[in-house]
Design a protein around this ligand. Sequence first.
Ligand SMILES: C[S@@+](CC[C@H](N)C(=O)[O-])C[C@H]1O[C@@H](n2cnc3c(N)ncnc32)[C@H](O)[C@@H]1O
Length: 286
Amino acid sequence: MTTQRLITSMIRRRAPTNSSQNRDNYALKGIIEAVQKGPRNLDDTKVDYTKVDQFHIGGHLTTTKFLSWLPTKPDSTILDIGCGLGGPARMLASPPYACSRVVGIDTSSEFVDAARWISREVGMSGNPSFALGSGEDMAAFEDASFDGCYMIHVGMNVGDMGRVAGEMARVVKGGGWAGLFDVVRLKEGEIKYPVPWTGPSGEGCHLKYWSEYSEAFSAHGWTLRDSEDLTASSLNMIRKAVGRGGGKDWGPEVFMGEDADVKQRNLMEGLEEGVLGVFMGKWEKG
Ligand SMILES: C[S@@+](CC[C@H](N)C(=O)[O-])C[C@H]1O[C@@H](n2cnc3c(N)ncnc32)[C@H](O)[C@@H]1O
């Protein structure tokens, strides 16, 4: 199946499992308009979308760390599950990674539309490509159709991680890899809501212990190759980000809504109190 046919078939599918919950959780209404209002670079000819196309702790900087740590190669075909506005996927399709085929899927059509729009604006319409899709059900993709896959800050919204790890194992080739970069629970304790991945009262929150991710992956034939605790550096980054905002129309408010600052403060408190942590891990299939 060609990439275009594959994407068309995914779009025709019903909106996947928890998409309506995700829609409620994220500030998606008018996201393209919010992105379009962005400030311009000094030469006033080019908008710097990298300021808003990364929806995770540390933005562009941590994406670079994570992508460089994954075993990508220029001829790799890679699936980004929960691609958001597509910043990490566009980075992966560009030098120095220059992966030949990157596909991003997301349960939110608003994010998919915005990811495509930004890609067109920056002249990257062909690769990466974006489609509506859920990590729990990737039936639109054939078995063993990717060299690797990853999720960045998506696991906190995933109710059934076993299903996602199983789907990852199905669509990735033998010897291929899976990467994860997520906020995790470190101990029992109160979390103040909202946080960046939930609604006002914690709707859609499926925070997990790192051990739950490990168990889900190993149950589906994945072998952990490496992991890193990024909690301390993430806390530093959140401390710098809190209160800074991005200006009226351009900053975390674009994808987190008007309460972006409250969400970030609550995340910061969770990290400070040791209830929340940030981990990345990579697994090999087989
Ligand atoms: C915090 S954003 C991260 C976006 C992107 N990975 C990034 O780092 O810029 C989480 C994204 O995951 C999507 N999402 C949540 N649950 C999902 C699932 N089960 N399958 C696919 N996407 C999902 C949301 O719609 C949202 O776009």
